[in-house]
Design a protein around this ligand. Structure first.
Ligand code: PMP
Length: 293
């Protein structure tokens, strides 16, 4: 059975959910989006995702003609119309239809759509054994050029890095910023653990400020674990006790190797396991309810 998609104010069958070839989201990657998860009849961290969407839109001077409350309802209703209590949700606002030039002023109305699909989980094995990472040559976008804090439709920077990882058979890439500091993975944030302290790069290094990242830091602080947002290099990953990635799709996933070197014992670490478990518990209780029961 096909999905029901929200598109520009209507809920339509998948076959009817089509956008113009003149849409600047397609022609230029001009737009913003969110990837969101629903767990057990609740949309996890929905408010945070909606706020980030509107902030990304603000940063690219894109006006969204729906209030944040209306957009929240769009997400919940899209899940309802598809009968989904567990879902991966994609919410997109593009600049909309314009002419062939790149000037956004030629696009009078944004295109807004929301897809709620059943989730494709990563293989369990990856969570038990941990991921292998490689550092790639492609540097993360310079914040002054194409700010990684904006969750825009322009993902070519990350795709370059993903291609490099694919070509050497690694499941994920570590991207550095222009100065050589560790930034993030292609679609996930990165953490290391050293001597009991949880460390992650600060937003100004040039990363997407992940909602999972923020959630994990909050969980850790709540458990009395020292948390630092600070610059670090590959050396610090090679010599870390533990390493993991965070993201809406991946959740919290251990990383056990970088550039062929084992990280710590080469097994998912103790703090990683504790945070993975606490994160899963939080997904059971956070966020607005989809179906009132
Ligand atoms: N960095 C990048 C580049 C991403 O695309 C994502 C996934 N949206 C993340 C980090 C993780 O962000 P979040 O936890 O909000 O999904």
């Amino acid at each position: 059975m096909g999905l029901i998609i929200y598109l520009n104010g209507e809920y339509v069958p998948e076959e009817k959910a089509v956008v113009s070839v003149f849409d600047h989201g397609l022609l230029y990657g001009d737009g913003v989006f969110e990837g969101i998860r629903a767990y057990h009849n609740r949309v996890f961290k929905l408010k945070e995702h909606i706020v980030r969407l509107y902030e990304s839109a603000r940063a690219i001077d894109l006006h969204i003609p729906l209030s944040q409350d209306e957009m929240t309802e769009v997400v919940l209703e899209t899940c309802r119309r598809n009968g989904l209590k567990d879902a991966y949700i994609r919410l997109v606002v593009s600049r909309g239809r314009g002419d062939l030039g790149l000037d956004p002023r030629k696009c009078p109305e944004p295109t807004i759509f929301c897809i709620a699909a059943s989730i494709q989980l990563y293989p369990r094995e990856l969570y038990e054994k941990g991921l292998e990472l490689v550092t790639v040559a492609t540097r993360r976008n310079l914040p002054e050029a194409c700010n990684p804090r904006v969750k825009s439709l322009n993902y070519l920077n990350n795709i370059y890095a993903k291609i490099e990882a694919n070509l050497v058979g690694a499941p994920e890439a570590v991207m550095l910023n222009q100065e050589g500091y560790v930034a993030e993975a292609t679609g996930d944030n990165i953490f290391i653990v050293k001597n009991g302290t949880l460390i992650t790069p600060p937003p100004h290094v040039g990363i997407l400020e992940g909602i999972t990242r923020n959630t994990v830091m909050e969980i850790a602080r709540g458990k009395g674990i020292p948390v630092e947002e600070k610059l670090f290099t590959r050396f610090d990953i090679y010599t870390a006790d533990e390493c993991f990635l965070t993201g809406t799709a991946a959740e919290v996933i251990p990383a056990v190797r970088l550039d062929g070197r084992l990280i710590g014992s080469g097994q998912p670490g103790e703090m990683t396991r504790v945070l993975m478990q606490a994160f899963r518990e939080l997904t059971l209780v956070d966020g607005p309810v989809i179906f009132q029961e």
